[in-house]
Ligand binder design. Structure first.
Ligand code: T3D
Length: 276
């Protein structure tokens, strides 16, 4: 008697990973990470946090990756914490949830060696909104929106929100958004400087790909140092910021990309940057 084995359906990854080689330089790739729990608007479960952090860590360690895009499957970007996931229930210590899940995620994004772009395809709420704001660029579809949903459930903005919001839009708007928890349409988010760009829904994917491919050809190390210097300058006086600029330029000028950039300019050719 022959035994037939039925193929078991494979579980869908909670974070889909797609890699695209650069059109201009096939050795440099753009990685797209798609949050994949569309039925719950891609809200964060413990398992999804795990896959996302692992994917970001892998991208950080892969020298061929020169830009990362994060986006959401279905009609939402990310509705923040999955409020029904028992694995995320903090019990008496919700602070431990922040330390275990959101700090590693937020700090990973803010220290990536390459630019990270959030392609916000739909609603971004709670920690989902602030995860997007952690990214270097936020490009949102016109139908997308941003909601600091925390006050509605008796919490303060997290995933870096209390730090990011006033720096992006000033104290008055930061407090207004955080206290009311009102929905902010993407167009308005661009107008007040919360995000980089709002585009028509049909143009989101192409716009973000073009931006990522362009960044992938740029000097990755200098871009990462630009983020670091700008973030650090927020807590410095003017003189200390110039000291940091001098120290950073000194380091960058010793690396290869500076020489390559200058030689390419003088030789009227396109530079090929290597440092990362
Ligand atoms: O440990 C800790 O809790 C601390 C950490 C906190 C971090 C945080 O992120 S706190 C903030 C958590 N997020 C929210 O409070 C947002 C909750 N969601 C909403 O307010 C609404 O869903 C939206 C305004 C984002 C979208 O509204 P709408 O009308 O477009 O969609 P919907 O019908 O509400 O949601 C669609 C489905 O997704 C629905 O499921 P169903 O009924 O079709 O089976 C809904 O329950 C589910 N969903 C949406 N957000 C969450 C969620 N399920 C679990 N957790 C969610 N956050």
């Amino acid at each position: 008697m022959t035994e037939t084995t039925q193929a078991q359906p494979q579980p869908q990854p909670l974070v889909q990973i797609r890699r695209e080689s650069g059109a201009a330089d096939s050795t440099r790739s753009v990685l797209t990470l798609t949050l994949n729990r569309p039925a719950a608007l891609n809200s964060f479960t413990a398992a999804m946090h795990g896959e996302l952090l692992a994917a970001l860590n892998a991208a950080a360690n892969d020298k061929a990756v020169r830009a990362v895009i994060v986006t959401g499957a279905g009609r939402g970007f990310c509705a923040g914490q999955d409020l029904a996931d028992p694995a995320m229930a903090g019990g008496n210590d919700v602070g431990a949830v922040i330390e275990r899940y959101y700090r590693p995620l937020a700090q990973r994004v803010r220290s990536m060696p390459v630019p990270v772009i959030a392609a916000v395809n739909g609603v971004a709420a709670g920690a989902g909104a602030n995860f997007a704001l952690c990214c270097d660029f936020v490009v949102a579809a016109r139908s997308a929106s941003f909601i600091q949903a925390f006050s509605k459930i008796g919490l303060v903005p997290d995933c870096g929100g209390t730090w990011l919001l006033p720096r992006l839009v000033g104290r008055a708007r930061a407090l207004g958004l955080a206290m009311t928890g009102d929905k902010l349409p993407a167009e308005e988010a661009q107008r007040i400087g919360l995000i980089w760009q709002c585009v028509d829904d049909a143009e989101l994917s192409a716009t973000v790909q073009a931006l990522a491919q362009r960044l992938a050809l740029m000097p990755s190390r200098a871009l990462a140092e630009t983020r670091r210097a700008i973030d650090k300058s927020m807590a410095m006086d003017f003189g200390d910021a110039i000291t940091l600029e001098a120290d950073t330029q000194r380091e960058l000028a010793r690396a290869g990309d500076f020489a390559e950039g200058v030689q390419a300019f003088l030789g009227k050719r396109t530079p090929t940057f290597q440092d990362r």
